[in-house]
Ligand binder design. Structure first.
Ligand code: IPD
Ligand code: CA
Length: 295
């Protein structure tokens, strides 16, 4: 890590993310065909593959000794190693992309010793960029305007009840993963009179990376998902930590989950209350658990 110039990596990743963004917005001007991966809720388009090929070429050309792990070229069981490794999602929010819903991003992370070191997330439709370097703070820029330090808002986290929480349904629509989602979502929204937590609101925007960046900015209080992948979170995790947020296990108990945990609970920067809302959130699960975990 000592010889690694992380700010230079960040600048380069921003350049590459914007190139990728051009490919995505051009393709998004017409109808986008998709094919199923696991099922009809887990899809891929030719643009995902084209964008990843472009990013892989650019990153491997500039940093040939670094590892590369991208969603579209991922081989099942591959583990993240200690050496500096780019973790790439060419399009996070593919379902949004196909539906022309503009919450779509390129997610480019660098992890070193399996910890987030650089993160760049770019939504080309809204021209919204989030970026961070370990130890250097997190920033966002919209429409080429002023660069703003994250978090944009910083208040105490009062309780789960006042929280706006990002969630995703994921691609399992039966079995233990689906049952856990049902239990957690209904417990969160149900009135306290009938045993729930009566939270302010749940939001599902279809891109884990963007949802975690919004959490880093203080625009939503938390984000929870079991089942998403390391490429959905690696870049945004760096942005969240550098803004002062925390990432813990999506299941109760582990305050320092591995990068490829596949179960994540992100909590926004706050003057007080982070630990308390995590424990309150974990308590909604009772004894139920998902089947997801690190490879
Ligand atoms: C998906 C999105 C979605 C999350 C899924 C991810 P993709 O990524 O981040 O919000 O719920 O778990 O796989 O398929 O659009 O790259
Ligand atoms: Ca993707």
């Amino acid at each position: 890590m000592a010889n690694l110039d992380l700010p230079t990596v960040r600048m380069f990743l921003i350049e590459v993310a914007k190139e990728a963004g051009l490919i995505i917005t051009r393709a998004g001007q017409s109808q986008v065909a998709s094919t199923n991966k696991k099922n009809g809720t887990d899809i891929v388009t030719e643009t995902d593959q084209e964008v990843e090929a472009h990013i892989a070429w650019r990153l491997k050309d500039r940093y040939p000794t670094f590892g590369f792990l991208g969603e579209e070229s991922y081989k099942s069981g591959t583990k993240v190693l200690d050496k500096p490794t780019f973790i790439v999602d060419p399009i996070d929010g593919t379902s949004n992309f196909v539906h022309h819903f503009p919450a779509v991003c390129v997610s480019l992370g660098l992890v070193v010793s399996k910890r987030p070191a650089v993160g760049v997330v770019y939504n080309p439709f809204d021209d919204e960029l989030w970026a961070a370097v370990q130890g250097g703070g997190a920033y966002m820029q919209k429409g080429g305007g002023q660069v703003q330090k994250l978090p944009l808002y910083m208040t105490p986290l009062e309780s789960l009840q006042s929280a706006c929480i990002g969630i995703e349904w994921g691609s399992d629509r039966d079995g233990p993963n689906f049952e856990l989602n049902l239990k957690v979502f209904t417990t969160l929204v149900r009135s306290t009179r009938t045993g729930g937590r009566f939270v302010n609101s749940l939001r599902g925007t279809g891109s884990a990376a963007i949802a975690i960046c919004r959490t880093a900015a203080g625009q939503q209080d938390m984000f929870w998902e079991c089942g998403c992948w390391v490429w959905d979170v690696a870049a945004a995790w760096c942005i969240l930590s550098e803004a002062g947020g925390i990432m813990v296990d999506g299941h109760p108990g582990n305050w320092e989950p591995p990068i490829d945990n596949r179960r994540y609970l992100a909590v926004r920067p706050a003057t007080t209350g982070q630990k308390e809302v995590v424990e309150e959130f974990w308590s909604t699960m009772g004894d139920q658990r998902s089947l997801y975990g690190p490879p």
